[in-house]
Design a protein around this ligand. Structure first.
Ligand code: TMP
Ligand code: ASP
Length: 255
């Protein structure tokens, strides 16, 4: 759905982006869902609204913990106004447990796992690990530090800054989830530069589109119950219901 009064800019997997002012954008969270580089697509009622509320929830918590973000406000239940940034063309992934593409790349013989990590979904990664992928290529491709530096996407100091910030985001969200008995298995974040050159958190954060969340009680029994997009990737249930369950658990209310 296009907003007639605002200039349409582009669409991501799940969001449509509009120009709100010279300095701000409006994100419209849609009910779209895609996985496997767009090969699998669908729509789920209320997904946009739940995802927008979850992103708003985490942006506020991160801001109150001193993480600089582009979040400004949510004018409606499915839209968010954010500061316009120069987006850094690198996606940042933090992993606390083995899952998803980490295991797929290991099985394909492309990578070795960090010390002590077993090739099994749910194997803990001691102290966590960070990975980077491209953002503006057709397929998100893992990139190492050398390629990031060679392309001038980030400097050595900026990689360090972003690594520290991502680790802090992981610690804040993981800690907040303890009371809800939810494990943050992994997540993806993006960063951008403000007009005065400051690097701040961009895109969305803490949503089940961009994180893996597992129910702790089940995990301790050896079962992985996902409250995130893996429900769609693996066809294990109703995505909107899982997203709603997640939101209810994290803030102990009903939506
Ligand atoms: P992966 O296992 O597919 O690499 O994903 C790791 C985490 O990052 C998972 O929570 C999903 C999230 N992610 C995105 O949100 N968008 C992406 O494009 C990628 C590659 C990962
Ligand atoms: N890069 C993957 C994709 O394009 C991430 C995901 O499944 O969300 O779908």
């Amino acid at each position: 759905m296009q907003k007639k009064d605002l200039k349409y800019i582009s669409s991501g997997k799940a969001k449509d982006i509009y120009e709100n002012s010279r300095e701000t954008l409006l994100f419209e969270f849609t009910d779209r869902v895609t996985a496997f580089d767009g090969k699998k697509k669908s729509e789920y009622q209320e997904k946009g609204e739940i995802t927008c509320k979850i992103a708003e929830y985490w942006f506020k918590i991160l801001e109150s913990n001193g993480i600089p973000t582009h979040y400004i406000e949510c004018p409606t239940s499915t839209s968010m106004i954010v500061k316009r940034l120069d987006i850094i063309p690198v996606e940042v992934i933090w992993r606390n447990y083995a899952a998803g593409s980490l295991l797929r790349r290991y099985e394909a013989g492309d990578i070795i796992l960090p010390d002590g990590v077993k090739p099994k979904e749910g194997s803990p990664i001691p102290n966590g690990m960070i990975e980077f992928t491209t953002k503006f290529e057709v397929v998100d491709r893992p990139v190492d530090k050398d390629e990031i530096l060679a392309n001038n996407w980030l400097s050595e100091e900026e990689i360090k800054y972003i690594t520290d910030l991502t680790k802090r985001i992981n610690d804040i969200i993981s800690q907040e989830l303890v009371i809800s008995d939810i494990i943050l298995a992994d997540f993806k974040v993006e960063y951008g530069r403000t007009s005065d050159g400051k690097i701040i958190l961009a895109d969305e954060v803490g949503t089940p589109d961009g994180c893996r969340f597992w129910i702790k009680d089940d995990f301790e029994k050896g079962i992985i119950t996902s409250l995130d997009k893996d429900v769609f990737r693996k066809d294990t249930g109703d995505l909107s219901q899982s997203y709603r369950d997640l939101f209810n658990k994290i803030q102990n209310t009903n939506v």
